[in-house]
Each structure stands twice: as C-alpha cells, then as structure tokens.
Design a protein around this ligand. Sequence first.
Ligand code: NAI
Ligand code: MG
Length: 496
Amino acid sequence: MTELERKQDRAPVPADWTYAPAPEARDIVTIEERYGHYVGGEWLEPTETYTTLSPATEEPLAEVGQATPAEVGAAVAAARDAYENGWSSLPGSERAKYLFRIARVLQERSREFAVLESLNGGKPIKESRDVDVPLAAAHFFYYAGWADKLDYAFPGRLPRPLGVAGQVIPWNFPLLMAAWKLAPALATGNTVVLKPAETTPLTALLLAEVIREADLPPGVVNILTGAGETGANVVTHEAVDKVAFTGSTEVGKVIQRAVAGTGKHVTLELGGKAANIVFEDAALDQAVEGIVNGIYFNQGHVCCAGSRLFVQESVFEPLLERLKDRLGTLRVGDPLDKNTDIGAINSKQQLRKIEELVESGVEEGAEIYQPACDLPDRGYWFRPTLFTGVGQSHRIAREEIFGPVLSVLTFRTPEEALEKANNTPYGLSAGVWTEKGSRILWMTSRLRAGVIWANTYNRFDPSSPFGGYKESGFGREGGLHGLEPYLEFEEDGRAG
Ligand code: NAI
Ligand code: MG
C-alpha cells in the first residue's frame, strides 16, 4: 500500500520502544513563598494575593500580589517620576548600556529562567530553553543597538518618547512577551508599568530581579501582578500615555473602547486562525515537520499557530498518513523532561475552552484523530488532535482554539486556497509550502496576513516585524517598525 507501511514491513519499530526520563533539575530555581509588586525599584508588600501554580501538577508554587487600583496608581506615579526626572533625557547610548546589561544577565541566568518558565507555564523545557529565553535576550540586545540610533532610524523626523507605557501581556510566552514589550519601550526613552498574565507571573518577577541587578534607575520599569481587572486599571490610568496589549481579540476590543478618545497611543496584538497551505509540489516530509511545529509547538498556545491546514487534494492522502504517523511520535508529559514535545495546557480554564471547541467539532460532523498516548493523572493535558472533513463554517475552522488541535481542509487550485485562507476575521500569519518561488510570491502578495512563512513556520527574529491585520490587531513589534509605536515625531523637523 503506502510507502510508509512498506518501510515498516522491512524494519519494524519495536512496540515497546520508550525513552528514559530526562528531567531538568529544578533546584536551580529558588521560588519565594510570597511576592510583592516591583514599584519604584523596591518590592512593595501586596495588599491582596492569590496562588500561582504549576499546570503540570496543580501544585501551588507561590503567593503573588493582586494589584489594587492604589497599587496601580503607585506604579504609574513611579514610572512618571522616572520619566520626568532622568530617563527620557538620558542619552541613547546610556539607555543602551542598561539594555545590554539586562540581555547579558538574562543569558547568564538562562537555565534558571527556562526552568521557571516551564514550571509556571507548562511549556516543554526544550522550548523555553531553546526558544523563549534566547529570543528574549536577543530582543534586548537588538533594541539596545537602536537606542542611540533613533535619529538615523527616522531621519529628519525628530523622534521623541511618549511617556509612560502601560503594557499587558499573555501567558503563552510570558518572558518573551515581556521582552517584546520592554525592550523597544526602554530603547526609545519611555518608562513602563508591565502586567504579566495571572497564570504566569513568576518569570516576570524574576526579570524584575534582573532589572535590579542591571541597576536600571528606580521606576523605569514597574511590574504589577494581578488579573484582568488590574490590567484594565493599568491601561485606563489617566497618566498612561501609551498602551501595548497582547492577548485575546475580545479583551483587545474592550481596551480599544475604553481608551477611545483619550489620546493614548495604542497597539494591539490579538488572536489568529492562520492558514498553513501545502501545495502538491511541496517537499512533504518537510511540510509535515512544519505543520507539526506550526500547531503543536507550545501546546498550540500561539497566536500565529498554523491552526488551519489547507492541503491540495492530490496530496491529501499521503500527507495525512505521514502526519498521523508523526503525531504518534510526539511525547506528551512532564514539561521539565527534555524529551517532551507537548507539555501541560496552561490553565484549567484554557483546557475547558479547548475541550468545548473540540466537542463542537465532533458535533458539527468533522472526523477527529488523536494518537494513543498516556496522560499524567494530575495537571491539565490534551492529546495532539487533528480533524478532517472540516467545513469552512465549522467553529473549529473559524474560532481560535489556542490548543494542540489542527483543522485540515483541502483545495484544488491556488485561487481556491487563497480565497479560503483569507476567509477569516483574523490576519496575523500564514504559511505556504511549494517548490515554486513564483507561487510563493503570488500567494504571499495576496494573503491578508502580517507574517507569512514560506517552506517553514513559526520562525522568529527580533529584527523582523510581527503583527496583524483585521481582528488580529494593529501595530508592529520587532524590527525598526517596532520602535515607531513608542515614539512621536516632529515632522517639520530639522531641515533648516
Ligand atoms: P486575555 O486576553 O483575557 O488575557 C491576556 C492578558 O490580558 C492577561 O494579562 C489578562 O490579565 C489581561 N486582561 C484581561 N482582561 C483585561 C482587561 N479588561 N483589560 C486589560 N487587561 C485585561 O486572554 P485569556 O482569557 O487568558 O485567554 C482567552 C483566549 O484568548 C485564549 O483561549 C486565546 O484564544 C486568546 N489569547 C490569545 C493570545 C495571543 O497571544 N494572541 C494570548 C492569550 C490568549
Ligand atoms: Mg480573559
């Protein structure tokens, strides 16, 4: 029958092939019993707290603060003070020194950050170690390089910082999103109040320690933990000049309404439902790796995840067979095990959302496939899942699942692929798999998505701008483009 089965006949894979566990030691991390808020360079004793836990074991990790309006006010005041009294008028070359220092300390303490990120968020250690932490350091290095070159970045436009930035970030890449937010804001001379997501506060609090170690002037960066209400109080505070948010489209819309007419500058990086499009001339084995990386990376908790797979009909069967085969090799389990491919779902709430959408897929008539695999008894887990027979109108083809769930659809012509791919309220990312450069160009110039990968997926670089169209938000992070949302310009500038 198929090539794969024939291959297996010749060299059968032993049925009981197992890996030996290879857990990363967690003793490199010291977790305090209780954390305060980082305000004005000091730890502020919180008035209210909640417990943050490990989603892989449900074990409590620490008590963290739930910032009240008064605490938000104190953080904004500290940021305003630091802005007025030094930071905004510091030469760029001086600001750069601090950013370089933060980047270097992050690198030195990278194993500590990786272990803590996996403990608190559930992501596999090989991802936090090889992706999240190195990329976070790279962002600080990259924007450190721009800090003294803003006049060259925007010639004749006299760039000026905006003031205090209120930044709210999600739980899928906690440290990396903090770096995406902090690095450009500081490089351009702004000060910051940052709020990490409620389920993943610990690496942001460790970052506060790094910021202290780097001797950043007090108040330049303030970090408050807490839930959505704290976030709302940060972004709507009257002394906040710039709002930067990454999270759900739903909350993005709430924020946009809340700050409308206030004169605050806003950038929103929201959800996605990306099309990953495989043409019949693509290298199928490579495409399978790209599809797996596209949707099962970080348990599918990725705004740019390739959650809608479009396969050209002529290669549907061989591709699907290889994909199912590959799914069977993914290891689900302990995030701290270096062999783990799929870790824990970030929270009980997110697990419920995934389960509900997967149920809707079954009810609406799509065909579900999940490889057999054991799941741990405690914690939040979901098997890698794919659906075939998916219609364009199914909820699993329209809504962001934000879990390890792939919806597979088919097409016959490039025009059909394009029309189906663009038929979504989102527009964050896309992938194209084909051997033909001309087809890549034809597709990429017509796909309505901010980031498009060709013959690869989920690749990130600090020098490359990232952001969306339509309900995926607006504004760009990364690259030269990522400086602009933190600046205003005196357009009539310096010519004479
Ligand atoms: P969320 O959008 O509620 O949370 C993201 C951040 O916003 C958190 O720090 C949260 O505390 C804060 N927040 C919540 N309400 C707020 C408000 N009214 N004002 C200011 N800040 C507020 O996302 P949630 O509920 O954790 O996840 C729900 C869905 O959103 C996910 O299933 C996924 O589909 C999507 N999502 C997308 C992300 C992305 O990177 N595009 C990240 C996180 C979630
Ligand atoms: Mg929410």
